[in-house]
Design a protein around this ligand. Structure first.
Ligand code: GH3
Ligand code: MG
Ligand code: MG
Ligand code: MG
Ligand code: MG
Length: 311
């Protein structure tokens, strides 16, 4: 059945088969008051291994979405008793992003304006009833592919590829938000800057791959030591943190991290990994100036012999 659908394009056939395995993880909620249409959609999508969940109206769809936040896609009819499909989309888009829930509008629209209405409210695509099975499966697959691309883009834009920590941009974006919040509530914040010690030597003596392994091992320990703080890799072997903790407890926590770092294995016979850090705790004027003050402390920690935290 699935192969029959791919008759117009080899490229499409390949993508269809490629997705078949992962489709079994994809949950599609069908909100449609006509039982015949619900059954038709189920009949078309089940051979593609999607998980199909039925809802007879908008209220039921909302309840199911609340109970199952892992639903990937909503296929939604316009004319239903109670809230219309159009209103449902409007409601949902206030709290659910396109990368979280994909929406496919559905209607026996004779005026032709419903498709635009759906899309303006945040539907990702639209199907006019009656539709042929292949059009449904094409649109379902393409909207899911677009969602996956969007997710991959968001991930690549936020996280550093080597360590998985926030990259510089994401660190600044979230850091600035935390600073604005702290200003409103009148709380002080700490900023810490960390820099690996004599890292060039590690690369020179044990190779770049060992250096990379050290950065990965360090980041893992960093995250484990501060599961709730905002962490980032600012670049190279420099890292930063924003935390509500005071300078002294933070400095103690960094000393404990320093012990953990000594256990990181990154190359045979290599010396224990070490870092220096600077902390500045104070009134949250702006992130940039606190980072600068923390960096000055970091500079002093380097001058003072490395492997230590200054504040
Ligand atoms: P100091 O204790 O004064 O900080 O000395 P250092 O050698 O750590 O300082 P320096 O800034 O001279 O060298 C940093 C080195 O970090 C140079 C660069 O090759 C290395 N580095 C930066 N990013 C990466 C990376 O992604 N992978 C690897 N393997 N090395 C990196
Ligand atoms: Mg209907
Ligand atoms: Mg450096
Ligand atoms: Mg360094
Ligand atoms: Mg520096």
């Amino acid at each position: 059945y699935v192969l029959k659908e791919s008759q117009h394009s080899y490229e499409y056939a390949f993508r269809l088969l490629h997705r078949l395995e992962s489709n079994s993880q994809v949950k599609i909620l069908v909100a449609e008051d006509s039982e015949a249409t619900r059954n038709f959609i189920r009949h078309v999508l089940v051979p593609h291994r999607y998980q199909i969940i039925d809802a007879c109206d908008g209220e039921q769809a909302l309840r199911i979405l609340q109970a199952q936040p892992d639903i990937d896609m909503l296929v939604v009819d316009h004319s239903m008793p109670g809230i219309s499909g159009f209103e449902l989309v409007k409601l949902l888009r206030q709290k659910m992003k396109r990368s979280d829930l994909v929406i496919l509008g559905l209607s026996a629209d004779t005026k032709g304006s419903l498709s635009a209405m759906f899309i303006k409210q945040g539907a990702d695509d639209f199907l006019r009833k009656p539709f042929c099975p292949e059009e449904l499966t094409c649109r379902v697959m393409f909207t899911l592919e677009r969602r996956d691309m969007l997710r991959a883009l968001k991930k690549a834009a936020q996280f550093d590829a080597l360590t998985g920590l926030n990259n510089r941009r994401a660190f600044y974006e979230q850091g600035i938000q935390q600073f604005q919040q702290a200003q409103r509530s009148g709380h002080n914040l700490s900023v810490a800057m960390l820099d690996m010690d004599l890292f060039k030597q590690i690369n020179d003596e044990y190779g770049h791959a060992a250096g990379d392994a050290a950065l990965i091992g360090f980041s893992r320990a960093f995250r484990a030591a501060f599961p709730d703080a905002l962490l980032g890799r600012l670049g190279g072997e420099e890292f930063a943190m924003v935390s509500p903790q005071g300078a002294e407890p933070l400095s103690q926590a960094l000393n404990a991290l320093r012990e953990q770092c000594r256990q990181v294995k990154y190359a045979v016979g290599a010396p224990p990994l070490s870092f220096s850090a600077g902390i500045y705790h104070g009134v949250p004027e702006d992130l940039e100036s606190l980072l600068h003050l923390a960096d000055q402390q970091l500079y002093e920690a380097k001058r003072g012999g490395r492997g230590r935290t200054f504040w």
